[in-house]
Write a protein that binds this ligand. Structure first.
Ligand code: ADP
Ligand code: ZN
Length: 223
């Protein structure tokens, strides 16, 4: 099963993808996490990615597509994958379709998350993530704080704030989403695989509720 998480930054893609990974037993692959790991390790890719990410812009398509194409060859994703943060442009989506069709596969579900912009900004500036690359659990200091301040409930590692989770960069990221990624909503709607869910405190429908519903529908074979 191939699931794509679509949505503006801060809508909860990573949270929902993490929950679905645990419940469905298929791997979450986040291009943002791959870039952040490379930044941390100081690789050439990391340096390149950082120059775009720090401005809220997208890493170039050719670089990103190659990374995902390689990742899709690995044994741990052969029975399924939850792509979190890819594709983000029409060129990436077209490349993904080609890669998958060469393997006799296709995108099964595109989970499109939407959240009011004020809530996104609030959520992103109070977001903290576990620094353990094997864990990466996401917290929110207001909505979903850890039991002990600054420490991950699951693994005890320190929580950190992403460098691009500040008010200025999040505004640029939302703009980038509108210009380059939002056309994918139409792209996948046309293909009949789009499922749109609102994630919002205002209507009391959060990431966990979306994960519950999607898990239930997949297990009942309703897509
Ligand atoms: P968010 O969705 O909250 O912005 P991500 O971790 O998905 O967080 O992405 C962080 C940054 O990584 C993006 O702003 C972008 O610079 C880069 N990035 C992630 N995925 C892609 C992609 N598919 N194509 C280009 N750039 C990407
Ligand atoms: Zn942790």
């Amino acid at each position: 099963m191939i699931i794509i998480m679509l949505g503006a930054p801060g809508t909860g893609k990573g949270t929902v993808a993490g929950m679905l990974e645990e419940r469905l037993g298929i791997k979450q692959v986040s291009t943002g996490d791959i870039f952040r790991k490379n930044i941390q390790e100081g690789t050439e890719l990391g340096k390149l990615a950082d120059s775009y990410m720090s401005k809220g812009e997208l890493v170039p398509d050719d670089v990103t597509i190659n990374i995902v194409a390689d990742r899709l060859e690995k044994p741990d994703v052969q029975k399924g994958i939850i792509l979190d943060g890819f594709p983000r442009t029409v060129a990436q989506a077209e490349a993904l379709d080609t890669i998958l069709s060469n393997k006799g596969k296709k995108v099964d579900m595109v989970l499109n998350l939407i959240t009011p912009e004020e809530e996104i900004i609030e959520r992103v500036v109070s977001r903290r993530v576990c620094s353990n690359p094997e864990c990466k659990t996401i917290y929110n200091v207001i909505m979903n704080p850890p039991k002990q301040e600054g420490i991950c409930d699951k693994c005890g590692s320190h929580l950190v704030q992403r460098q691009d989770d500040n008010e200025e960069t999040i505004k640029a990221r939302i703009r980038t989403y509108m210009e380059q990624t939002s056309p994918l909503v139409e792209y996948y709607k046309t293909k009949g695989v789009l499922r749109t869910e609102e994630v919002s405190q205002r209507i009391n429908h959060l990431g966990k509720d979306v994960a519950d519903e999607v898990e239930r529908d997949i297990k009942n074979n309703i897509l």
